[in-house]
Design a protein around this ligand. Structure first.
Ligand code: URA
Length: 212
Protein backbone atom coordinates (compact mmCIF):
# COMPACT_ATOMS: atom_id res chain seq x y z
CA UNK A 1 0.00 0.00 0.00
CA UNK A 2 1.24 3.45 -0.89
CA UNK A 3 0.86 5.80 2.08
CA UNK A 4 0.83 9.55 1.59
CA UNK A 5 0.76 11.74 4.68
CA UNK A 6 -0.19 15.25 3.61
CA UNK A 7 2.32 17.76 4.80
CA UNK A 8 0.90 21.22 4.39
CA UNK A 9 0.52 24.08 6.87
CA UNK A 10 -3.14 24.65 5.98
CA UNK A 11 -3.94 20.99 6.63
CA UNK A 12 -2.05 21.09 9.95
CA UNK A 13 -3.91 24.25 10.98
CA UNK A 14 -7.33 22.83 10.16
CA UNK A 15 -6.48 19.52 11.84
CA UNK A 16 -5.47 21.30 15.04
CA UNK A 17 -8.82 23.10 15.22
CA UNK A 18 -10.61 19.82 14.39
CA UNK A 19 -8.87 17.96 17.21
CA UNK A 20 -9.72 20.64 19.80
CA UNK A 21 -12.53 19.31 22.01
CA UNK A 22 -14.11 22.78 22.19
CA UNK A 23 -14.73 22.90 18.42
CA UNK A 24 -18.50 22.71 17.85
CA UNK A 25 -20.25 20.41 15.34
CA UNK A 26 -20.98 23.03 12.65
CA UNK A 27 -17.31 24.10 12.61
CA UNK A 28 -16.19 20.47 12.75
CA UNK A 29 -18.35 19.59 9.73
CA UNK A 30 -17.06 22.55 7.72
CA UNK A 31 -13.44 21.73 8.54
CA UNK A 32 -13.88 18.06 7.57
CA UNK A 33 -15.23 19.16 4.17
CA UNK A 34 -12.35 21.58 3.66
CA UNK A 35 -9.78 18.98 4.69
CA UNK A 36 -11.24 16.39 2.34
CA UNK A 37 -11.06 18.80 -0.58
CA UNK A 38 -7.38 19.42 0.19
CA UNK A 39 -6.65 15.70 0.63
CA UNK A 40 -8.64 14.84 -2.49
CA UNK A 41 -6.35 17.08 -4.51
CA UNK A 42 -3.50 14.73 -3.61
CA UNK A 43 -5.60 11.55 -3.78
CA UNK A 44 -6.72 12.25 -7.35
CA UNK A 45 -3.22 12.81 -8.68
CA UNK A 46 -3.45 9.57 -10.73
CA UNK A 47 -7.04 9.90 -11.82
CA UNK A 48 -7.34 8.69 -15.41
CA UNK A 49 -7.53 11.33 -18.12
CA UNK A 50 -7.96 11.44 -21.89
CA UNK A 51 -6.64 13.94 -24.42
CA UNK A 52 -9.29 16.14 -25.99
CA UNK A 53 -9.22 18.79 -28.65
CA UNK A 54 -10.78 22.16 -27.83
CA UNK A 55 -10.94 25.63 -29.32
CA UNK A 56 -10.04 28.55 -27.06
CA UNK A 57 -11.07 32.06 -28.13
CA UNK A 58 -7.56 32.28 -29.59
CA UNK A 59 -6.71 28.91 -31.17
CA UNK A 60 -7.31 25.20 -31.45
CA UNK A 61 -5.43 23.23 -28.76
CA UNK A 62 -5.34 19.97 -26.89
CA UNK A 63 -6.10 19.46 -23.24
CA UNK A 64 -6.87 16.73 -20.71
CA UNK A 65 -10.25 15.74 -19.34
CA UNK A 66 -11.21 13.02 -16.91
CA UNK A 67 -11.68 9.71 -18.72
CA UNK A 68 -14.68 7.37 -18.60
CA UNK A 69 -15.68 5.35 -16.66
CA UNK A 70 -16.05 7.93 -13.94
CA UNK A 71 -14.44 7.32 -10.55
CA UNK A 72 -16.63 5.90 -7.80
CA UNK A 73 -16.64 7.61 -4.42
CA UNK A 74 -17.64 5.41 -1.47
CA UNK A 75 -18.26 7.11 1.87
CA UNK A 76 -18.39 4.68 4.78
CA UNK A 77 -21.46 5.52 6.83
CA UNK A 78 -21.87 7.15 9.28
CA UNK A 79 -18.80 9.36 9.64
CA UNK A 80 -17.65 9.10 5.99
CA UNK A 81 -20.81 10.92 4.97
CA UNK A 82 -19.32 14.09 6.43
CA UNK A 83 -16.54 13.79 3.85
CA UNK A 84 -18.72 13.36 0.75
CA UNK A 85 -19.46 17.00 0.01
CA UNK A 86 -15.78 17.97 0.13
CA UNK A 87 -14.96 15.16 -2.32
CA UNK A 88 -17.71 15.70 -4.89
CA UNK A 89 -16.92 19.39 -4.92
CA UNK A 90 -13.64 18.40 -6.54
CA UNK A 91 -15.07 15.61 -8.76
CA UNK A 92 -18.70 16.58 -9.36
CA UNK A 93 -19.15 13.88 -12.03
CA UNK A 94 -18.09 11.01 -9.75
CA UNK A 95 -20.59 8.25 -9.10
CA UNK A 96 -21.34 7.69 -5.41
CA UNK A 97 -21.85 4.31 -3.72
CA UNK A 98 -22.47 3.76 -0.02
CA UNK A 99 -21.27 1.27 2.55
CA UNK A 100 -22.72 1.28 6.04
CA UNK A 101 -20.35 -0.22 8.58
CA UNK A 102 -20.35 -0.27 12.33
CA UNK A 103 -17.66 -1.32 14.72
CA UNK A 104 -18.44 -3.43 17.78
CA UNK A 105 -16.93 -1.34 20.57
CA UNK A 106 -15.94 -4.50 22.53
CA UNK A 107 -14.41 -6.70 19.83
CA UNK A 108 -13.52 -3.73 17.56
CA UNK A 109 -14.73 -5.91 14.62
CA UNK A 110 -16.47 -4.14 11.72
CA UNK A 111 -19.78 -5.41 10.32
CA UNK A 112 -21.74 -4.19 7.29
CA UNK A 113 -25.35 -3.01 7.70
CA UNK A 114 -25.89 -1.28 4.36
CA UNK A 115 -24.47 -1.66 0.88
CA UNK A 116 -25.39 0.43 -2.14
CA UNK A 117 -22.60 -0.08 -4.65
CA UNK A 118 -22.58 -0.70 -8.40
CA UNK A 119 -22.58 -4.52 -8.94
CA UNK A 120 -19.73 -4.24 -11.43
CA UNK A 121 -16.75 -2.06 -10.58
CA UNK A 122 -14.47 -3.47 -13.30
CA UNK A 123 -12.08 -0.82 -14.52
CA UNK A 124 -13.28 1.72 -11.95
CA UNK A 125 -11.06 3.86 -9.76
CA UNK A 126 -12.59 3.89 -6.28
CA UNK A 127 -12.14 6.49 -3.56
CA UNK A 128 -13.14 5.33 -0.09
CA UNK A 129 -13.94 8.01 2.48
CA UNK A 130 -13.50 7.16 6.15
CA UNK A 131 -12.25 9.83 8.54
CA UNK A 132 -10.46 7.56 11.02
CA UNK A 133 -8.15 4.68 10.10
CA UNK A 134 -7.98 3.15 13.58
CA UNK A 135 -7.75 -0.69 13.78
CA UNK A 136 -8.13 -0.97 9.99
CA UNK A 137 -10.99 -3.50 10.24
CA UNK A 138 -13.50 -1.24 8.48
CA UNK A 139 -11.19 -0.38 5.61
CA UNK A 140 -10.20 -4.03 5.05
CA UNK A 141 -13.88 -5.04 4.87
CA UNK A 142 -14.66 -2.11 2.55
CA UNK A 143 -11.72 -2.83 0.23
CA UNK A 144 -12.77 -6.51 0.03
CA UNK A 145 -16.27 -5.45 -1.06
CA UNK A 146 -14.80 -3.30 -3.83
CA UNK A 147 -12.25 -5.89 -4.97
CA UNK A 148 -14.96 -8.61 -5.13
CA UNK A 149 -16.83 -6.33 -7.52
CA UNK A 150 -13.78 -5.83 -9.73
CA UNK A 151 -12.35 -2.45 -8.63
CA UNK A 152 -9.04 -1.85 -10.40
CA UNK A 153 -7.53 0.59 -7.96
CA UNK A 154 -8.55 1.91 -4.60
CA UNK A 155 -7.57 5.05 -2.74
CA UNK A 156 -8.70 5.65 0.83
CA UNK A 157 -8.89 9.20 2.12
CA UNK A 158 -8.69 9.37 5.93
CA UNK A 159 -8.42 12.50 8.03
CA UNK A 160 -6.27 10.67 10.61
CA UNK A 161 -4.53 7.28 10.66
CA UNK A 162 -2.96 5.15 13.38
CA UNK A 163 0.18 3.08 12.69
CA UNK A 164 -1.61 -0.09 13.88
CA UNK A 165 -4.39 0.40 11.31
CA UNK A 166 -1.96 1.03 8.47
CA UNK A 167 -0.03 -2.13 9.37
CA UNK A 168 -3.27 -4.16 9.48
CA UNK A 169 -4.42 -2.98 6.05
CA UNK A 170 -0.96 -3.46 4.57
CA UNK A 171 -0.83 -7.02 5.84
CA UNK A 172 -4.34 -7.85 4.62
CA UNK A 173 -3.54 -6.81 1.03
CA UNK A 174 0.14 -7.67 0.79
CA UNK A 175 -0.60 -10.34 -1.86
CA UNK A 176 -3.29 -8.39 -3.71
CA UNK A 177 -2.56 -7.12 -7.19
CA UNK A 178 -5.04 -4.26 -6.82
CA UNK A 179 -3.06 -1.06 -6.19
CA UNK A 180 -4.11 0.50 -2.90
CA UNK A 181 -3.22 4.01 -1.74
CA UNK A 182 -3.90 5.79 1.53
CA UNK A 183 -3.95 9.57 1.71
CA UNK A 184 -4.20 10.92 5.24
CA UNK A 185 -3.98 14.31 6.91
CA UNK A 186 -1.75 12.99 9.71
CA UNK A 187 -0.21 9.83 11.06
CA UNK A 188 -0.99 9.81 14.78
CA UNK A 189 0.87 8.12 17.59
CA UNK A 190 -1.13 4.99 18.49
CA UNK A 191 -4.46 3.44 19.42
CA UNK A 192 -5.60 3.42 23.03
CA UNK A 193 -7.14 0.37 24.78
CA UNK A 194 -10.60 1.34 23.45
CA UNK A 195 -9.42 1.45 19.84
CA UNK A 196 -9.41 5.25 19.69
CA UNK A 197 -6.68 7.12 17.87
CA UNK A 198 -4.27 9.06 20.15
CA UNK A 199 -4.10 12.05 20.17
CA UNK A 200 -6.93 11.77 17.59
CA UNK A 201 -10.10 13.80 17.73
CA UNK A 202 -12.50 11.49 19.58
CA UNK A 203 -15.46 9.82 17.87
CA UNK A 204 -15.67 11.40 14.42
CA UNK A 205 -19.33 10.41 13.90
CA UNK A 206 -20.38 11.88 17.24
CA UNK A 207 -18.47 15.07 16.62
CA UNK A 208 -20.03 15.44 13.16
CA UNK A 209 -23.60 14.47 14.01
CA UNK A 210 -23.93 14.22 17.80
CA UNK A 211 -24.19 11.13 20.02
CA UNK A 212 -26.99 8.83 18.77
N1 URA B 1 -13.33 5.96 15.18
C1 URA B 1 -13.41 7.24 15.62
O1 URA B 1 -14.38 7.94 15.34
N2 URA B 1 -12.39 7.72 16.37
C2 URA B 1 -11.30 7.00 16.68
O2 URA B 1 -10.40 7.52 17.35
C3 URA B 1 -11.24 5.67 16.21
C4 URA B 1 -12.26 5.17 15.47
Amino acid sequence: MKVHVANHPLISHKLTVLRDETTDSPTFRRLVEELVTLLAYEATRDVRTKTVSIKTPVTQTQGLKMAEPRPVVVPILRAGLGMLEGMVRLIPTAEVGFLGMVRDEKTLMASTYANRLPEDLSGRQCFVLDPMLATGGTLVAAFNFLIERGATDITAICILAAPEGIAFVEDAFKDSNVPITLVTGALDEKLNEHGYIVPGLGDAGDRLYGVV
